[in-house]
Design a protein around this ligand. Structure first.
Ligand code: NAI
Ligand code: CS2
Length: 495
């Protein structure tokens, strides 16, 4: 029988080693609305903000909103918004109770209520972690996808939006009409030039509503770029049970994270911001190179290890990394393909960064499932692999690992693993990708050609590249004959 839920009244009874909010939560007023209050926001941006509120910046309280499901609201609201951030590493566990979130709205239950919240003057920052697919854009071009079902719905039903774009533009329209200032919209998702992308799709969406509003939004909002980094797996019931034993109460909203955290933010805020730099964040003028390094090295390796690791039968990243050939493969990929595609600043120690990534992936205390990282490949692959690939093709650089990775992704979206078991492929384009696979399965060359011609992911250029075509088809042949684990051991044990 679960014990009492975490809440304000039992904070003082928690074990002394648990870090608790060292401020009066009643003194905190909202300044940030966060859309997509999933695990990552709670373990990253909210953690930095908690630090600033504890330092007295108490007008930056967070109100969360889910644009999809009531799950997180039902976890947090019965706990007065409190939750545990559990830092886990091979060296041990550290628990901090975060108090920065005061409430959670569920948009589908009351879209008007969320629009009104976003239109409140004191809201100066609207931050987002809505996943790569939440921006209703075309991943290959970076422009708004006007046929996206949520865009079509929201333009026809502006009072009941479903998308973040619909809510943000709807709220800005209210603010303009009421003579209120705009706000800063802060993307914290793993997208290239996420600030520019968000600014572009917001204005492209608003132009479909009203050109004057689009112009006002361009002048009365800022969309700074960010590079966000902290590995935060989905929380399991086993995690909650383990934590309950430690806390002596039940925390349904807890999040698990590695100790490492990085946040690089373009310092372009319309109406102020918390001093997140005093909590360890970095404000810069140009986030570009930080994003590139992180997306191509960390996220590029993550996705490569996710598809090949899953098909090789490994459930978590740490399990994949415990296989010596995979461990070597990860570093080999970073050194020979991902890093060579980036102009790394001379004062940046890329070898140390690569070694640290390997160590972070080896963190056995975090159960980061290969299946979770494998989600939304059609939305992730363009920024994680294709920039590197185009560079390697242009410069005659090696593409051995990227073509191996693409071949494994193609096999993964067939939705059948090497033992004939079904794979639950979670991707907005899963049905199209499976059809593409099944149409050409058994013919590696035709299969490769069909995928490279799939423009929503690959654009128009890669289909014509014979070297790439050959390399992927060759891997598809080898992998279906010998299986992923045998191929990795045979090819990468000695790199
Ligand atoms: P999560 O599954 O815990 O939360 C995802 C949130 O996005 C939920 O609130 C969900 O309702 C919302 N969402 C999903 N699809 C949406 C859509 N189409 N429109 C609007 N909202 C939508 O996932 P988590 O771990 O919070 O990750 C979210 C994003 O954060 C990632 O996609 C990535 O961009 C970024 N991120 C995650 C890291 C991690 O290790 N978990 C680390 C760095 C960045
Ligand atoms: C992961 C990222 O699920 C995924 O796609 O690659 O969430 C990764 O954990 C983070 O970007 C780390 O900062």
């Amino acid at each position: 029988m679960s014990q009492e839920r975490l809440n304000n009244s039992i904070l003082e009874n928690l074990p002394p080693e648990v870090i608790k909010p060292a401020y009066d939560r009643n003194e905190v007023t909202p300044g940030i609305v966060h859309l997509g209050i999933g695990a990552f926001h709670r373990a990253h941006q909210a953690w930095y903000t908690e630090n600033r509120i504890a330092a007295g910046e108490n007008s930056w309280g967070i109100i969360g909103a889910s644009l999809r499901s009531p799950g997180v609201r039902d976890q947090l609201v019965p706990q007065n918004g409190l939750y545990s951030l559990v830092e886990k590493s091979n060296a041990g566990t550290k628990v901090q109770i975060i108090g920065a979130v005061s409430d959670v709205y569920v948009a589908p239950e009351s879209p008007q209520q969320l629009l009104e919240l976003l239109a409140r003057e004191e809201i100066r920052i609207v931050s987002l972690t809505i996943t790569e697919k939440g921006y209703c854009h075309d991943p290959a071009s970076g422009n708004l996808n006007p046929q996206h079902p949520d865009v079509v719905h929201d333009l026809e039903n502006p009072g009941q939006p479903k998308s973040a774009l619909g809510f943000i533009v709807g709220a800005l329209k209210l603010r303009k009409a009421r003579g209120l200032p705009g706000f800063t919209v802060l993307s914290c998702d793993n997208l290239p030039s996420n600030g520019k992308l968000l600014g572009r799709v917001l204005v492209q969406y608003a132009q479909q509503v009203d050109a004057e509003l689009a112009a006002w939004i361009a002048d009365n909002t800022t969309t700074p770029a960010t590079m966000v980094d902290r590995i935060v797996p989905a929380t399991t019931d086993a995690d909650r049970d383990e934590l309950e034993a430690l806390l002596g109460c039940r925390d349904e909203a807890a999040v698990m994270a590695e100790p490492f955290s990085q946040w690089v933010v373009e310092d372009n805020f319309l109406r102020g911001r918390p001093d997140w730099d005093k909590a360890g964040a970095t404000f810069v003028d140009d986030v570009e190179v930080y994003e590139l390094i992180k997306l191509r090295l960390l996220n590029g390796s993550h996705s490569m290890l996710a598809y090949s690791g899953y098909l090789a039968g490994f459930e978590t990243v740490a399990e994949v990394m415990a296989e010596p050939a995979f461990n070597k493969l990860a570093l080999h990929f970073m050194k020979t393909e991902a890093t060579t595609s980036i102009e790394v600043p001379t004062d940046f120690d890329v070898a140390a960064y690569q070694a640290q990534l390997i160590e972070r992936f080896e963190n056995r205390a975090l159960r980061h499932r290969t299946w979770q990282i494998a989600m939304d490949g059609s939305q992730k692959i363009p920024q994680r692999w294709l920039g590197t690939l185009r560079h390697q093709l242009e410069t005659q650089g090696p593409i051995d690992v990227l073509s191996f990775a693409l071949a494994n992704w193609i096999r993964y979206v067939s939705a059948v693993d090497e033992s004939g078991n079904a794979i639950e492929v979670s991707d907005p384009l899963a049905a199209q990708l499976k059809e593409l696979h099944d149409h050409q399965s058994g013919n590696p060359h035709a299969l490769t050609a069909a995928f490279l011609a799939f423009t929503p992911v690959f654009g128009d250029d890669l289909r014509h590249n014979e070297r790439l075509q050959e390399a992927v088809a060759e891997w598809l042949e080898k992998l279906s004959e010998n299986g992923t684990l045998a191929c990795v051991r045979e090819r990468f044990s000695a790199v």
